[in-house]
Design a protein around this ligand. Structure first.
Ligand SMILES: *Cc1c(COP(=O)(O)O)cnc(C)c1O
Length: 295
């Protein structure tokens, strides 16, 4: 599949900017933010990284794409835009029925002529099931089925490229973890002395680690997932987190939202105050984008 038309519109390598909040403990480390949120105005940053080779390596005979997500999914949004731009048919399987009240994300999909199928929770729960995939493949012959979040082994190579865009003297890369492919892609490209710290954005102690390990090409020990900052679960945004994001957005040079980046920066602030980092540690925070989901 020829994705050059998209690639020509992307800001890559994405910018890396110093980050100097007036937070407790900040003077002891060096912080910068990898602005993957700037890769494209519509395509959410890490979703492009994950799709790049999955789509780029797909045969041009592919007749269309099927994928899955929730009603605010950054993945469906990114894929919907890409398919629309490239003239590829796209069927989005969405959890829940938004017929009466389409989300801003779904309204974009409709504008981009995406074929939408709403499914109930029970059907959505089958999204990783082999038999269900076989049925879908019969229903959509010649279509490429992309898993939820675009997260599969072919996603890692694109994510790994963000690490190659950084200076070698970076010690630690911090990123949100949901399906784990973003963290796995980072880990796959780390230098031996570097480490990756994932912030779990959902309740998934043990589970998130297994997702990352399963995707990794070779076992690795220079990564971990912190589970203290999911703030109640996936897409749960308690008042303290909403307040934190609002104050952050009022003064900082870039925006965050409560589902992914807000939890990462919240975790960072707490961990700095607790002295969780080494003196002089050079830390890069990956801004994965996702601001469309907060509309
Ligand atoms: C999907 C998404 C993530 C989670 O990435 P995984 O690879 O699923 O762990 C993080 N941030 C944003 C903005 C996302 O859209």
């Amino acid at each position: 599949m020829n994705v050059e038309k998209i690639e020509n519109t992307l800001q890559l390598p994405s910018p890396i900017v110093p980050f100097t909040p007036d937070w407790e403990g900040v003077e002891r480390v060096s912080l910068s933010v990898k602005r993957d949120d700037l890769i494209h105005p519509v395509i959410s940053g890490n979703k492009w990284r994950k799709l790049k080779y999955t789509l780029g390596q797909a045969p041009s005979s592919v007749r269309g794409i099927v994928s899955f997500g929730g009603g605010y999914s950054n993945h469906l949004h990114a894929l919907g835009f890409v398919c629309h731009s490239l003239g590829i048919a796209f069927n989005a399987i969405i959890r829940g029925d938004y017929t009466q009240h389409p989300s801003p994300m779904i309204m974009d999909l409709m504008r981009w002529n995406v074929h939408i199928t709403y499914v109930d929770r029970k059907t959505y729960a089958l999204r990783h099931d082999d038999n269900y995939w076989r049925r879908l493949q019969l229903e959509y012959p010649g279509y490429l089925i992309v898993p939820e979040g675009g997260s599969q082994v072919s996603a890692l190579r694109g994510v790994a490229e963000l690490v190659t865009e950084l200076d070698d003297d970076v010690d630690t890369i911090i990123a949100p973890v949901a399906s784990g492919a973003t963290l796995a892609g980072i880990v796959a490209q780390l230098q031996p002395k570097q480490k990756a710290l994932g912030i779990g954005v959902l309740k998934g102690e043990g589970y998130l680690e297994s997702l990352v390990s399963t995707l990794l090409p070779t076992p690795s020990t220079n990564w971990s997932v912190n589970h203290d900052y999911h703030c109640g679960g996936y897409a749960k945004i308690p008042l303290y987190l909403a307040d934190f994001c609002a104050s952050f957005n009022a003064v900082m040079p870039f925006r965050i939202e409560g589902v992914y980046s807000g939890k990462v920066f919240w975790a960072l602030r707490e961990m700095l105050a607790q002295g969780c980092f080494e003196d002089g540690e050079r830390i890069v925070i990956l801004h994965t984008g996702g601001l469309q989901g907060a509309r």
